[in-house]
Design a protein around this ligand. Structure first.
Ligand code: LMR
Length: 414
């Protein structure tokens, strides 16, 4: 019987989304789940994605529902890798140095970002056997679940300084320096840290990379917002590429999601890359074989439709240019909503400082609102956000930002 099962925790993000959906109040505002919404509060199939979908429906390719290989669509994973690590996406212009750099990397297609994090964690748990995995306080709650399910002990390093509302670089480095041991894994957010929207500066990234290299800590990047955060795919991949190009070469992993930057949330498009140190040319092949072994045993292969769309866009210069425009559309709307919320709070003279709302980047703002305030916003004003005070900026629009600011003002003044 299963009556003695532990009471498994409910996922806060999905539960909150459901609560919002069934709320009948017309004033309701969803600042919970990290999904892009237009100025009208609607989901947005990217213009490039729509174009490819239309093209595909005309093609009527009879092989469109066939199985993919276990490692996924190799054209897709190569394009995903090139986007992440900064290789030229036009294959015919590969330099010998690029070719050698690519040969360090084993890539597989995954069930989006969660699947990439999971496959990476499962692979490392089996074949690297870290003593601990280090996570920032706070981090995306699913990181905890993914690594707990692999039985790897979690340790945390300070990340968000509640007083300065910035990255607590000094505290993070001090803890890692004193406590992280050789063979540990460190989970890093490539850009637009979830939930805080606060990233290390380039100088700080360099120091983190140096620490990983010196102490033999294994970097595991989660990249869910490339191009979505700053609007530039290069800027948002800066940290990953810096670690990748360091000498002497480091082993590292990258979990790559296309949910946000291609708006393909439910299609589960993603990739996992394991970077070897390049000393043994046979190693990436062996790594990929072992990744495939896990994938086959778990779900055989990643899904096909989303990856086909991503591959088509990344493989075509014109579509890629148009996609960069889509990224700018999304990232600029988010920036302008940050400013609107900030300006409204300023106008209302809401007690406290609110600059961090405009200084943070990406999908989220870590507002600093207390649990009591968060609950009052939900129960009285029908405004939904995570208990930590994380708001998804995307849920804001010109239609609701004044209401949201007014409601925040109300609960803050109590
Ligand atoms: C979020 O953090 O809200 C998003 O990344 C969605 C998710 O899968 O949790």
């Amino acid at each position: 019987s299963f009556s003695n099962l532990p009471n498994a925790p409910v996922d806060e993000i999905f539960a909150l989304n459901h609560a919002y959906t069934i709320d009948a109040d017309p004033r309701k505002v969803n600042l919970g789940m990290g999904v892009y919404r237009t100025a009208e509060g609607q989901p947005w199939p990217l213009s490039t994605v729509q174009k490819v979908e239309e093209e595909q429906s005309r093609e009527n390719n009879c092989a469109r529902h066939e199985y993919l290989p276990i490692e996924g669509d190799s054209v897709f994973t190569a394009a995903a890798r090139d986007l992440m690590f900064g290789f030229n996406l036009n294959n015919n212009t590969e330099t010998p140095a690029e070719k050698a750099a690519k040969q360090r990397i084993a890539s597989v297609q995954t069930v989006a970002g969660t699947g990439a994090n999971h496959i990476g964690a499962a692979f490392l748990a089996h074949h690297y056997k870290p003593k601990h995995v280090w996570m920032s306080t706070p981090t995306w709650a699913n990181h905890h679940t993914i690594w707990d399910l692999q039985g790897i002990e979690r340790k945390t390093y300070p990340y968000f300084n509640a007083v300065t509302c910035a990255f607590d670089f000094g505290a993070a480095l001090a803890v890692l320096e004193a406590e992280a041991v050789e063979g540990d894994v460190i989970l890093l957010h490539a850009c637009a840290h979830n939930p805080t929207g606060v990233d290390p500066s380039k100088e700080q990234w360099k120091a983190i990379a140096e620490l990983c290299q010196r102490k033999h800590i294994f970097p595991f990047f989660d990249s869910a917002y490339q191009g979505f955060a700053s609007g530039s795919v290069d800027e948002d991949a800066w940290a990953v590429r810096y670690f990748f190009n360091m000498e002497p070469r480091m082993e590292m992993c990258v979990a790559q999601s296309f949910s946000k930057n291609f708006g393909l949330y439910g299609h589960r498009a993603g990739a996992f890359h394991l970077v070897t140190n390049g000393l043994n040319p046979a190693e990436p092949g062996l790594v990929q074989k072992n990744l495939c072994h896990i994938i086959r045993g778990e779900y055989s292969m990643g899904p096909r439709l989303g990856s086909t769309i991503v591959k088509r866009i990344l493989g075509d210069e014109d579509l890629r240019t148009q996609w960069h425009g889509d990224l700018t559309t999304m990232s600029s709307r988010l920036r302008s909503m940050r400013e609107s919320l900030y300006n409204e709070l300023l106008r209302l003279k809401t007690p406290g400082t609110w600059e961090h709302i405009v200084n943070q980047i990406g999908m989220f703002s870590y507002t600093g609102l207390t649990l009591k305030q968060v609950l009052a916003l939900k129960d009285e004003f029908h405004i939904y956000m995570l208990k930590s005070g994380r708001v998804s900026i995307s849920g804001l629009s010109e239609n609701n930002v004044a209401y949201v600011a007014q409601s925040i003002d109300n609960v803050v003044r109590r």
